[in-house]
Design a protein around this ligand. Structure first.
Ligand code: ADP
Ligand code: MG
Length: 261
């Protein structure tokens, strides 16, 4: 059974139609990417998966629950099953990293202060940050460390689902690849399902299992890289054209073959 299923989603803001029949499904344990041009409705679609926005029509099912007809209590329980990393990090700047990670633990659990601090330390370790980072403020961290800290906070409640909106934007290539490796490690270690909006073709080639490509207000192609590369949709072809050539070139190099440039 799919962890997330969207069927015939229609979304409009006033007269502006953003989605006109978007359907996709996300399986347990996969790293799933949502791709598409700027303004194609990727962030809106993710917000519909986490109940921040409600589609005008269609069905959204998350962890077996239909979001379109869910009780308040069920919605509250479901909200604890996911962690979210928004595009612009959004750590509270007036709180230390440890306090940021602790926010939801304070709000949703009755754990003792000591227990919460232990959990904070374990989350820091999980994302590869040293214990002392917990005592620092967001402004004292590098861009890559802020992303890791925000990830630690998203993981505080031990979610089954992790949502990431353009997690590597603003990171340099080295930081981006190391963040990608961390995502794969966390998926393997925790068995979580990861839904990620990205433009980063290195991530797409490197760590994504399946993806949906939004174009013309719909899913132009969905599936593994191999599947979507077979699409003849003009947007999909344009999106991958140069990068596919690059990948073939790199594979050839890796295989030790002669490369004619
Ligand atoms: N809350 C909102 N109110 C009105 N329009 C919105 C709102 N959120 C997004 N939009 C519009 O919906 C379209 C898709 O936005 P978004 O999903 O953020 O795009 P992207 O694919 O770049 O993430 C854009 O044209 C945006 O301006
Ligand atoms: Mg966006």
């Amino acid at each position: 059974m799919s962890v997330i299923e969207m069927k015939d989603i229609v979304t409009r803001f006033g007269t502006h139609l953003v989605h006109d029949g978007v359907s996709l499904h996300i399986e347990k344990g996969e790293i799933y990417a949502i791709l598409g041009g700027s303004g194609s409705g990727k962030s809106v679609l993710m917000k519909e998966m986490i109940m921040l926005l409600r589609p005008d029509a269609g069905e959204v099912t998350v962890l077996g629950r239909s979001l379109m007809q869910i009780s308040f209590r069920q919605a509250q329980a479901l909200r604890r099953a996911w962690g979210v990393l928004f595009q612009f990090g959004a750590l509270f700047s007036s709180m230390t990293i440890a306090e940021n990670i602790e926010v939801q633990l304070k709000e949703y659990t009755r754990l003792s202060r000591q227990m919460r601090q232990m959990l904070v330390q374990s989350k820091l370790a999980l994302v590869g940050l040293d214990p002392y980072v917990g005592g620092l403020y967001p402004s004292e961290l590098s861009g890559g460390m802020v992303k890791r800290a925000a990830l630690a906070r998203a993981l505080a409640m031990e979610p089954k689902l992790l949502f990431l909106d353009e997690p590597t934007s603003g990171l340099d290539p080295i930081g981006s690849r190391s963040f990608d490796r961390l995502i794969v490690e966390l998926r393997d270690l925790l068995g979580i399902t990861v839904v990620m909006i990205t433009h980063d073709l290195d991530s797409i080639f490197g760590i994504v299992d399946r993806m949906a490509i939004l174009a013309d207000k719909r899913v132009a192609a969905e599936g593994s890289l191999e599947n979507v590369l077979q699409s003849q949709h003009p947007f999909v072809e344009a999106f991958f054209k140069n990068e596919y050539a690059k990948e073939k070139y790199l594979n050839k190099l890796e295989a030790g073959g002669a490369v004619d440039v």
